[in-house]
Design a protein around this ligand. Structure first.
Ligand code: CTP
Ligand code: CA
Length: 227
C-alpha cells in the first residue's frame, strides 16, 4: 500500500540537511544571528529518516532534540563551521537540503574581551560570509541539491533567480510575510519549484506535513532525472 512504499522511498539513500541559524560572535558576550528555530530543517531530517534515509543533520544553535536512530546530528555555530561540515559530508550524500538561515555577514573583527560602553555609537564593520549553497552548487555531481529562499517581496521571482544562480535542482520558497509562515511557528506554507520550473504550492500545514510533501516532490523529481 501507499504508506508502506513511502516508508521505503529513501531506503539506501543518504540525505544531508542543514538547519537553524548561525551565530557570528563580535565579543565573548555578543553575536549576530538570523531568526530561525530550526524546526523546518529538523522536520525534514525526521521525515527523510522515516522514509528510510540515513540522515546527517548539520545544525546551528537551536533548542530542539533529535531522537531518530537514523539521524546523525552535527552541531555547528558559525557560517565557517557550517561551510566546512557541509563540504566534509557532501560527497557521500545523494540528497542535500539547505534549510539553514546562514548569516550573510559576520564581524570583521572578534574582540577577545567584552566591549565596554564608550561613545554613543558603536559601528561594527562586517564582511560577507561564503555562500555555502552556491559553493555546493558549483561542485555538484550526482547530488540532488535543494535550497530554501526566505523572501518578503516577489518570492517566486527571487526564488527562481536563486535556483538558477546557485545551480540547484529545486528551491523551496518561504514567503515569510505569509499567514502561518512566521518564524518559530509550527506551521509553514511554501512553494516548491524544480529545475524545469514546475511549481507546487504546499498550503498551510504543520512543518512535519510540509516536510513530508517536500520529500515526495524531491523523490518525484529524482525519479524523473534518472529516467
Ligand atoms: N545560504 C548559504 N550560505 C549563505 C547564505 C545563504 O548556504 N552564506 C543558503 C541558505 O541556506 C538557503 C539559501 O542559501 O538555502 C537562500 O538563502 P537566502 O538568505 O534566502 O538567500 P541569499 O542567497 O542569502 O540572498 P539574500 O539574503 O540576499 O536574499
Ligand atoms: Ca541571506
Amino acid at each position: 500500500d501507499n504508506h508502506q512504499s513511502e516508508n521505503a522511498l529513501f531506503s539506501g539513500k543518504r540525505v544531508l540537511i542543514s538547519a537553524g541559524p548561525t551565530q557570528e560572535k563580535v565579543d565573548p558576550v555578543r553575536f549576530f544571528t538570523n531568526r530561525s528555530s530550526g524546526k523546518m530543517g529538523f522536520a525534514l531530517a525526521e521525515a527523510a529518516a522515516n522514509m528510510g534515509a540515513k540522515v546527517t543533520l548539520v545544525t546551528g544553535p537551536v533548542s530542539l532534540e533529535t531522537g531518530h536512530q537514523m539521524i546523525q546530528r552535527l552541531d555547528v555555530v558559525t557560517a565557517v563551521d557550517m561551510y566546512k561540515t557541509m563540504h566534509a559530508h557532501f560527497p557521500e550524500n545523494d540528497i542535500v537540503i539547505k534549510a539553514a538561515a546562514v548569516a550573510d555577514y559576520r564581524p570583521k573583527q572578534i574582540y577577545d574581551e567584552k566591549m565596554k560602553k564608550q561613545s554613543d555609537d558603536w559601528h561594527v564593520a562586517m564582511e560577507r560570509t561564503k555562500d555555502i549553497l552556491q559553493s555546493l552548487g558549483d561542485i555538484k555531481e550526482q547530488q540532488f541539491l535543494a535550497g530554501f529562499a526566505a523572501e518578503t517581496t516577489d518570492p517566486v521571482d527571487y526564488g527562481i533567480a536563486k535556483l538558477e544562480k546557485k545551480n540547484l535542482d529545486a528551491i523551496i520558497i518561504n514567503d515569510v510575510a505569509a499567514q502561518g509562515a512566521g518564524f518559530g511557528g509550527d506551521t509553514n506554507v511554501v512553494t516548491y519549484i524544480n529545475k524545469i520550473q514546475d511549481k507546487d504550492e504546499i498550503t498551510l500545514r504543520s512543518k512535519q506535513a510540509v516536510a513530508h510533501e517536500l520529500l515526495l516532490l524531491i523523490a518525484r523529481d529524482m525519479k524523473d532525472e534518472t529516467n
